[in-house]
Design a protein around this ligand. Structure first.
Ligand code: GLP
Length: 239
């Protein structure tokens, strides 16, 4: 019984350290140093082995990377062939013409989630741009993009473009890499009306955090009609 409690206790500590490090580094630029093992041992009052276990898990997950002789860092993007594409490019690859209908475009104060993802502080100014994206006139997806206002001064005043990534590109900020996550879900009532589907229809929820070099330029949430959209990914082996 005692043994069980001890091993459970260690497991919890390891998870605690791992999640602490995750929250600390998520939003940090690739290549920034991870907290040192010594620091973590001191902060949590745990064995070095427990800290090592927590860090190992994050290395395996791809969030951190170890550079021999230098230490542990926030992982830099791996050289894989997955393509970072915009909606406009995705549609043109399918031979369709992308459209962009602005539903909302305004300056807002970043909430905690958006602030963390954009590497900003809560309350900092962000641009919230909500769009209905059509392809050849058919609603495909609803997109909420949050942009760091400081990086793109005058964006709201210069007329909303069709392609966000082209507009960022014109400012030297075209996203060069991104983290995406995709989940399946049912459409909400409001989304169903805009996407012109039956309530309860399956959709793909897509979140993206896009960087240009080391600057986080966009975080977005998109809702794709699953009857119209197939996620297409190109993969390669690291050389
Ligand atoms: C995709 C991404 C969005 C991004 C958009 C840009 O849909 N999921 O995060 O904002 O592309 O597309 P465009 O350049 O056509 O505006």
């Amino acid at each position: 019984m005692d043994e069980l409690l001890v091993s459970e206790g260690r497991a919890l500590k390891h998870v605690q350290v791992r999640e602490y490090v995750r929250s600390l580094v998520s939003g940090s630029a690739p290549g920034s140093p991870a907290p040192s093992e010594r620091e973590l041992v001191h902060r949590f009052g745990v064995a070095r082995m427990t800290v090592r276990q927590a860090m190992d898990a994050l290395v395996v997950e791809g969030l951190l990377e170890r550079i021999p002789g230098r230490g542990t860092f926030v992982a830099r993007p791996r050289r894989v062939a997955s393509r970072l594409t915009s909606f406009t490019e995705e549609m043109s690859r399918r031979g369709l013409l992308a459209e962009s209908q602005t539903l909302l475009a305004r300056r807002e104060q970043a909430g905690p989630g958006v602030a963390r993802a954009l590497s900003l502080s809560e309350g900092d100014a962000v641009i919230h741009w909500r769009r209905l994206r059509r392809a050849d006139g058919v609603p495909m997806c609803l997109e909420d993009a949050y942009l760091n206002e400081v990086l793109i001064p005058g964006f709201l005043q210069s007329g909303m473009p069709t392609s966000l990534y082209d507009a960022l590109g014109a400012r030297g900020l075209r996203p060069t890499w991104a983290e995406d996550s995709i989940t399946a879900d049912a459409v909400s009532e409001e989304e169903a009306t805009l996407l012109e589907v039956e309530p309860g229809t399956a959709v793909l929820r897509h979140s993206r955090r896009a960087l240009s070099g080391e600057k986080v330029v966009e975080v977005s949430r998109s809702v794709y009609r699953s009857d119209r959209f197939t996620l297409w990914v190109q993969l390669g082996q690291e050389s």
